[in-house]
Design a binder for this molecule. Structure first.
Ligand SMILES: Nc1ncnc2c1ncn2[C@@H]1O[C@H](COP(=O)(O)OP(=O)(O)OP(=O)(O)O)[C@@H](O)[C@H]1O
Length: 268
């Protein structure tokens, strides 16, 4: 049974603290993301966005605070257990295998995330035949899942391309598909538009928009056009603290936020 209720967000970060020596890189950060919502995290360079992402994904251990997903306390769990609990992360640096095809990248991802097993009891068949048929059915199901993921991110026509030969934007789309293989409840997107031109950015924005019906998304992004187009809620991080949280209009019109960004980003 899901522990999510009307009053408890699907994903919650509560009072998170991380020190690097004397520096409080994450300073009592709390935020929540509801199912079907895109929550964007913005902030100037050095504000602590990457540190927060690393705390959430389990790369760093916090000094204080708690992270929960669908009622499960992720805080003590290692990275792989967080993935099993429903948290997937897209990396700033892509995690694809460049020398294998798009399809094989996806097959590896669906295989390592367990894959959905096909039905059918096979009762009454000799054991060897049953095993062979089950293996075949599993392979077919994994293949179908991999193809469906490729189609979902717009790479259905490039299954046989070596991943490393795809243009940058398409590699990022593949990276998203790899994260989707685990069927996450929360998708952590760490600067998905990094290094993209306007056309790729728009394609990625449209893709992310289609994902939110199936999961909660925490989006860390410098591209304000994408953030304003996608976010249901925005939190602004400054010196490790949440300066403010609000809707796109609230954040756009907030003079404190404008002051923080003055000279570094355009929040108009
Ligand atoms: N491993 C580390 N050891 C020491 N200090 C660190 C470490 N990682 C980050 N910091 C410091 O913590 C602060 C927050 O850094 P962080 O990389 O999280 O910011 P950011 O908002 O992601 O910046 P950017 O947008 O430039 O990636 C910075 O002052 C940074 O120098």
């Amino acid at each position: 049974m899901s522990a999510t209720t009307a009053t408890t967000a699907l994903f919650q970060v509560q009072g998170l603290v991380k020190h690097f020596g004397a520096l409080r890189a994450t300073d009592d950060v709390s935020l929540a993301v509801n199912a079907g919502e895109i929550h964007a995290l913005i902030g100037p360079n050095g504000a602590g966005k990457s540190t927060l992402v690393n705390l959430i994904s389990g790369l760093h251990a916090p000094d204080a605070g708690r992270i929960t997903l669908d009622g499960v306390d992720l805080t003590p769990l290692p990275m792989h257990a967080r993935v099993r609990a429903g948290l997937s992360r897209c990396f700033q640096i892509t995690s694809i295998f460049p020398k294998v095809t798009v399809l094989d990248n996806l097959l590896l991802a669906v295989q390592s995330s367990g894959g959905r097993h096909p039905g059918g009891s096979g009762r009454g068949l000799p054991r060897v035949l049953h095993t062979l048929l089950a293996d075949r059915a599993r392979d077919d199901a994994l293949h179908a899942q991999a193809v469906s993921l490729a189609e979902r991110v717009g790479l259905g026509g490039r299954l046989e391309r070596l991943a490393g030969t795809l243009p940058h934007g398409a590699q990022r789309q593949l990276d998203v598909a790899l994260a989707l293989a685990a069927e996450p409840k929360l998708l952590l997107l760490d600067e998905p538009m990094a290094g993209m031109g306007p056309e790729d950015s728009e394609r990625m924005t449209a893709l992310i928009q289609t994902l939110k019906q199936d999961m909660a998304i925490l989006l860390i992004e410098h591209d304000m056009k994408a953030v304003f187009a996608l976010a249901d809620r925005i939190s602004v991080l400054v010196y490790g603290k949440v300066l403010t949280s609000g809707s796109v209009d609230e954040i756009r019109g907030n003079p404190q936020v404008q002051a923080v960004y003055l000279g570094t980003e355009d929040v108009a």
